[in-house]
Design a protein around this ligand. Structure first.
Ligand code: CAA
Length: 386
């Protein structure tokens, strides 16, 4: 990336070193054993990377959106699982608390989340509502001055280890999106239970699980933002989260590219190194071009976020392209390895599996297309009205 500030270059340098020295050497073992990267997360907390989106005044690193994306990308080159754990804590938990929380909520959670003493998760998806996020069954009913919550959330990344959840629940189900509110739920509240962590195709070390709420009693101070604003809070939060997932996808694709590129310099076929075969060179040219295009979209989304106002379309376009690019690049990278790519002896198969989720979580590619088209139609309508 051209023209980074001194601070951006410093953060990126630290993330790259951490990825090379502390993540890449253990990523295959973490994946094989589905081990939670506890020691690695402690190291990342020391660098301030658990609180990149938290303002310095609230105990965080206060990174700008581009620095944040660059760090997530760099971490994902080392370990895709670790990158998403960090991304969820930052984008989906710290950021909405910093943006919509009261002073008391910020003081209670941000310094601890930013320093890795606590971990957060985000509860939107339910067993019967994923893409149609507004139509949730989990409900929060008034209970004296507080709230009583019942329902369940699934595929909750960080769920098995989290101390707090940003939870979306229907406070007036008949109102659809306008009847959704956001809550901060301590995971040790009576009535909260977690299932065993999910078994998945990839990102094995990033544990997720189903979390159930059985008449969980919360005080009035658990409400995050205003009643009925929860859906907008969730959507605005996901705008930011999607930049993080796009960056994660680029990191995974870059790791796959690097592994295949190195392999092509040593593997011979038909009497010469495969790097000299035009068929292989074309694959690398396409991969490198797509990687660069995805980086530019992420940088543009990050700068739209930095400018302020809505950046929904930019974030969706970055995630849409970067995640589908990662699927294509990891597919080609595996192909460069031939049969060895299919073996767990090399990292190509792990990158291929890890990339796939980026097209699904924090909004599927189909939802990204709907969001982009919806914003284009809205812009066109407002232009024709003026
Ligand atoms: N920012 C602010 N407000 C927004 C917004 C945004 N990005 N997007 C929508 N809104 C507002 C709209 O303006 C509208 O408000 P008004 O009525 O006042 O105009 C309101 O929210 C409702 O919007 P829509 O009518 O567009 O809502 P919808 O029900 O049609 O849903 C959707 C839109 C885009 C399909 C949405 O449901 C969506 O994004 N679905 C995907 C959900 C998703 O990404 N899930 C991922 C789960 S989290 C996860 O994966 C985390 C993990 O563990 C890694």
């Amino acid at each position: 990336m051209d023209r980074l500030t001194e601070e951006q270059a410093l953060a990126l340098g630290m993330a790259r070193s951490f990825a090379a020295e502390r993540l890449k050497p253990v990523a295959a073992a973490l994946d094989r054993d589905a081990s939670w990267p506890r020691a690695q997360l402690a190291g990342l907390a020391e660098l301030g990377f658990m609180g990149m989106t938290v303002p310095e005044a609230d105990g965080g690193a206060g990174f700008d959106p581009l620095t944040y994306a660059l760090v997530i990308e760099a971490l994902a080159t080392g370990c895709a699982s670790t990158a998403v754990i960090v991304s969820v804590n930052n984008s989906l938990v710290c950021e909405p608390i910093a943006k919509f929380g009261t002073d008391v909520q910020k003081r209670a959670w941000l310094p601890l989340l930013a320093t890795g003493q606590r971990l957060g998760c985000f509860g939107l998806t339910e067993p019967s509502s994923g893409s149609d996020a507004a139509h949730m069954d989990t409900c929060a009913k008034r209970d004296g001055a507080g709230w009583r919550i019942s329902g369940s959330k699934n595929w909750i990344t960080n769920g098995p280890h989290a101390d707090v959840m940003v939870l979306l629940a229907a406070t007036q189900k008949q109102l659809g999106p306008k009847g959704v509110s956001a809550f901060l739920v301590p995971m040790d509240a009576p009535g909260v239970s977690r299932d065993r962590h999910d078994e998945k195709l990839g990102i094995h070390a990033a544990h997720s699980c189903t979390i159930s709420f059985d008449e969980v009693s919360l005080g009035s101070d658990a409400l995050l933002g205003a009643e009925g604003q929860g859906f907008k809070i969730a959507m605005a939060t996901l705008d930011s989260g999607r930049i993080g997932i796009a960056a994660q996808a680029i990191g995974i694709a870059q790791a796959a590219f690097d592994a295949a590129f190195a392999y092509s310099q040593q593997r011979k076929a038909f009497g010469s190194l495969i790097k000299d075969k035009q068929a292989v060179q074309f694959m690398f040219a396409d991969m490198a071009t797509e990687l660069r295009a995805a980086r530019l979209l992420v940088a543009q989304a990050a700068s739209a976020k930095e400018r302020g106002g809505r950046y929904t379309r930019e974030a969706a376009q970055a995630k849409l392209f970067a995640s589908e690019m990662a699927t294509r690049v990891t597919h080609r990278a595996l192909q460069v390895f031939g049969g060895y790519g299919y073996s767990t002896e090399y990292p190509a198969e792990r990158h291929y599996r890890d990339a796939r989720i980026t097209e699904i979580y924090e909004g599927t590619s189909e939802i990204m297309r709907l969001v982009v088209a919806g914003q284009m139609l809205k812009d066109a309508a407002s232009l024709s009205a003026t």
